[in-house]
Structures are given as C-alpha cells and as structure tokens.
Design a protein around this ligand. Structure first.
Ligand code: CA
Length: 200
C-alpha cells in the first residue's frame, strides 16, 4: 500500500483543523441561510468574515497579549452579563454572549432558531429601525444600517418620519385648499367687473 508522506499528512490535518473551526459555530449560519435564503458568513457575529482562525486583523493569530487575555475571559463567560468584549467577535457577537452567557449559547447550537427568542426583542444595535432579532432571522447584518429587507427598512423609515410626512401632507392639502379659494375669488372679481362694464 502506498504511504502518505508525513508532511502532506500534517498539512492536511492542519488545514482540516483550521477548516473545522473556521466557522466557529456554523449551526447558526446554516439556520439563517436556510431560513432567509441569503448567504451569511461569519461576519454576522465575528470581526472577520472568515471566522476566528487565521492571522488577519480580527482573527486569533493577530491578537496582542492583552487581547488574548480578554479572549480567554470571554471564552470563560459561561454565565450571562459577564460584560466581556471578545476581540474576535463584533458587537452583535459580544451582545449575544453577554446577554445569554456562553453556556446557554452553546446549548442553542442544536436549536439555533431559539436564539431569536432568547435575545432582547427591542435591541437594535445599528439603529436602522429593524431589531437585531429580525435582522438575525432575515439574514441581514445587525450592525450595518443599509443592510435590511427593503420592506422592513421602508416600514422603519415610515414610522420614524411619520410626523414629518403628516405635516407635509397637511401643508399640501391646505395649500391646495387656499389655491382653490384664491382662484374662486379671482373668478368672482372678474365676473363682477364684467357685469359693471356691461351695466355702465
Ligand atoms: Ca438593526
């Protein structure tokens, strides 16, 4: 039987090891992709779109000693409200860990849909009017204001500007009403003038 060179074997194992952890917790990505029909990468929760493994900014190989220490603290945050700031997670990823704790988050790997029910219903980290929960279920980015389902963005913008729109409509209606009465006034004045000339 033909043997596989040791270096090839090690390289393959290293690649498999990296590939196996590159997505960190792919159950959530898989669920969101299937539900929303959109392609979702690791950037929904991580600093880097390829996940935590690697040497690029936002990945483990690029961390300073202080960041490594904070990463260790974040990885040990099994209970909620530990107020950690993992350097490999973005604000949404840290929001999840701080709200749920690592223990509950790991339990949700078998039921990733449940994550939507465990997060705060009114949290909207990017302030675009679409809650983080709706962004998670829609496969849009909870930290990018311009990324959202068009209908949800339209509804959010409508709700945010409802007062201004109502004022504009009222001004338009009043303007049209005033114009109509002004034209009617001109018409009456013209008829009176014509009648005066005929009688004179
Ligand atoms: Ca949002």
């Amino acid at each position: 039987m033909r043997s596989i060179p040791f270096t090839t074997c090690c390289t393959t194992l290293a690649v498999l090891a990296i590939a196996g952890t590159a997505q960190a917790y792919p159950e959530f990505q898989k669920f969101v992709s299937q539900k929303s029909g959109r392609t979702v990468n690791c950037a929904m929760c991580h600093m880097h779109s390829d996940g935590p493994e690697g040497a690029a900014p936002g990945q483990i190989g690029h961390l300073t000693l202080a960041e490594q220490a904070e990463l260790g603290r974040a990885r040990g945050a099994f209970e909620p409200h530990a107020n950690v700031k993992s350097p490999i997670l973005n604000a949404f990823g840290n929001h999840i860990i701080n709200h749920l704790g690592k223990k509950q988050f790991l339990e949700l790997r078998v039921t990733p849909a449940e994550l939507a029910h465990k997060l705060p219903k009114d949290s909207d980290l990017d302030g675009d009017g679409i809650t983080d929960v709706d962004e998670y279920l829609s496969g849009t980015h909870p930290l990018i204001k311009s990324d959202g389902r068009p209908w949800l963005l339209f509804k959010a913008n409508l709700a945010a500007n409802l007062g201004q729109i109502a004022l504009m409509l009222a001004a338009t209606v009043l303007g049209l009403w005033g114009l109509q009465h002004l034209l009617h006034g001109f018409d009456v004045a013209t008829r009176v003038s014509d009648a005066d000339e005929e009688s004179g």
